[in-house]
Design a protein around this ligand. Structure first.
Ligand SMILES: [Fe+2]
Ligand SMILES: [Fe+2]
Length: 189
């Protein structure tokens, strides 16, 4: 990524690194569930991927710390891949959502995607300090912080991510053929 960090570039990086996840029907299911306020789980994980990347870019340029962008984005996209409505009680679910959803999300992610140990660490430990074990990787810490920041913004309805969500959805529709461009020479067809 060049010197100027734009929302456009961040959206492009999220889509290129998380493409194999974003394009699946499984990941798209996160659009069905609400996370905080009026934000869907899908919108939330895109926002978390954005801020995780922004934190990583700053850490790299300020302190020379190397961050694995691919694992960071993929882990952020799947960190809340629990696939149920946590606002509704369910007999099948054990324990309180806040404590149990990281391990459920990780089980689902391992079942549906080919994910690395760093990506599993990101998912399992993103709720620290609510859950006892802290992230074991720099990528895990970045998602842990980005998640809290996004949760605050979503709860208080501060819009920090609508453009990035629009861009990622636009890329998705473009790849899936939902958006077509009429060729000028086919005007009379
Ligand atoms: Fe979570
Ligand atoms: Fe989250």
């Amino acid at each position: 990524m060049g010197k100027a960090v734009t929302e456009y570039k961040v959206a492009k990086e999220i889509f290129s690194l998380g493409r194999d996840i974003i394009l699946t029907d499984e990941a798209q299911r996160m659009k069905q569930f609400t996370q905080h306020g009026t934000t869907s789980v899908f919108e939330h994980v895109i926002a978390v991927a954005k801020f995780s990347l922004l934190f990583a870019i700053n850490l790299e340029s300020l302190f020379g710390i190397k961050v694995n962008h691919k694992s960071l984005v993929r882990g952020a996209l799947l960190h809340d891949y629990f696939l149920y409505d946590w606002h509704k009680p369910s007999e099948k679910r054990r324990g309180l959502h806040g404590f149990t959803h990281p391990s459920i999300a990780c089980e689902n992610a391992v079942r549906d995607f080919d994910i690395s140990p760093i990506e599993q660490d990101i998912i399992k430990h993103h709720m620290f300090p609510l859950t006892a074990i802290w992230p074991q990787s720099i990528e895990g810490w970045l998602v842990c912080f980005a998640d809290k920041w996004c949760a605050i913004c979503e709860t208080f309805k501060v819009d920090v991510s609508s453009y990035i969500i629009y861009r990622v959805n636009f890329h998705y529709e473009l790849v899936k053929g939902g958006i077509t461009f009429k060729k000028p020479w086919s005007r009379n067809e």
